[in-house]
Write a protein that binds this ligand. Structure first.
Ligand code: PMP
Length: 356
């Protein structure tokens, strides 16, 4: 005898979602999370798309799937072939998942400034990781050019070229944007996020602008050292590269092909200093139990600024691109934060979260 029933058939946790086709089948359809403390403070709805819940742990899983399927459609790679990419890490992790699922080899060139956690995970997933010196895009030894040259030297290999392959932006036009529109039932007034390749920002902006007939405002969020802020503020005349940031995976020195078609749709730009980013990172941990990477903390800080700019009653959506565990040895290390001059930016009552 089982005795009394312990569940109700009407349980709100029952979902109609069917099993996914492997782990990569679970890419997308991430939750949209209401950030209560910031919403209350601003009088806006501040919502973060929980992209860290993708199988590879970041928003880049979406782009990885789209660029590989684009290479297949264009006949650049056939069964048994190899995918080669230059990436700060997250695209590589997404590609490593997709390549395993589809049976391709995966070679990743990355700047040697990236966190050890990302490198370790790539190796665990079977990728051939090649750290190279972090030099600017106009240097022939930049990680992207090395990736392209290596792919060209192989038979049956594709360089997926995430920066200038618009299949990346298409992933967000076809998935991220429509999900946000459906999850807010069209009640969204503002969107903001930072740019790495620009795929997420441009693609989501494009979809939301089209769906709302231009009503949804789009603000570019930008760390110091990246040109997007000055480019938008000056109407395309200035590209200011001065400054630097602790954020990984964002910041851009040029207008990539993914940004190009939609940059004129952008309404404004926000510069978010690292001090605001780390303050928001520890605040979210303390008030919401949400542990994010620095680019996501910057995005949420930008959503908070956008809420203040648009005023109470607006709904603002941003992207929580990846989680803190990918950066634990840096963002939660007192020594590391001290070396960046950022410990004083973290209020005293939040310093207990600096655990390492
Ligand atoms: N945040 C993180 C942590 C990333 O790795 C990336 C991708 N480089 C981004 C944000 C930016 O995404 P996108 O390339 O779509 O601009």
């Amino acid at each position: 005898m089982l005795g009394r029933r312990l569940y109700s058939a009407a349980s709100r946790h029952v979902t109609s979602a069917r099993p996914t086709d492997g782990f990569v089948g679970a890419i997308g359809n991430t939750p949209l999370v209401r950030i209560g403390s910031l919403s209350k403070e601003t009088g806006c709805e501040i919502l973060g798309k929980a992209e860290f819940m993708n199988p590879g742990g970041s928003v880049k899983d979406r782009a990885a799937l789209f660029v590989v399927e684009d290479a297949e459609r264009r006949g650049l790679v056939r069964p048994g072939g190899t995918i080669v990419e230059g990436t700060a890490g997250n695209t590589g992790i997404g590609l490593a998942h997709v390549c395993r699922a589809k049976g391709y080899g995966c070679v990743i060139y990355m700047p040697n400034t990236q966190s050890q956690e990302k490198i370790d995970l790539l190796k665990m997933l079977g990728a051939d990781v090649r750290p190279v010196p972090a030099v600017a895009f106009d240097n022939p030894d930049n990680y992207n050019h090395q990736a392209r040259r290596y792919a060209e030297s192989l038979d049956n290999a594709a360089w997926t070229n995430q920066f200038d392959n618009t299949a990346n932006r298409q992933a967000h036009i076809e998935t991220t944007g429509p999900e946000i529109w459906a999850q807010t039932a069209g009640k969204i007034d503002g969107f903001t996020c930072a740019t790495g390749t620009g795929g997420t920002f441009a693609g989501t902006t494009r979809f939301l602008k089209e769906a709302s007939e231009g009503r949804v405002k789009s603000f570019a969020a930008d760390p110091p050292g990246s040109v997007i802020y000055s480019y938008i503020k000056s109407g395309g005349k200035v590209m200011d590269r001065s400054g630097s940031s602790i954020t990984e995976g964002i910041g851009q020195g040029r207008i990539t092909a993914n940004l190009q078609p939609d940059i004129h749709l952008v309404d404004d730009a926000l510069r978010i200093p690292d001090a605001d980013t780390v303050r928001m990172l520890f605040r979210l941990l303390d008030e919401e139990g949400i542990y994010l990477g620095a680019s996501s903390a910057l995005n949420v800080a930008a959503a908070y600024e956008m809420a203040k700019a648009l005023g109470p009653g607006n709904t603002i959506v941003t992207i929580m691109a990846d989680g803190a565990y990918r950066y634990q040895s840096r963002l939660f290390s007192r020594k590391w934060l001290e070396s960046k001059g950022l410990v004083d930016a973290i209020p005293a009552h939040l310093q207990k979260y600096i655990a390492l």
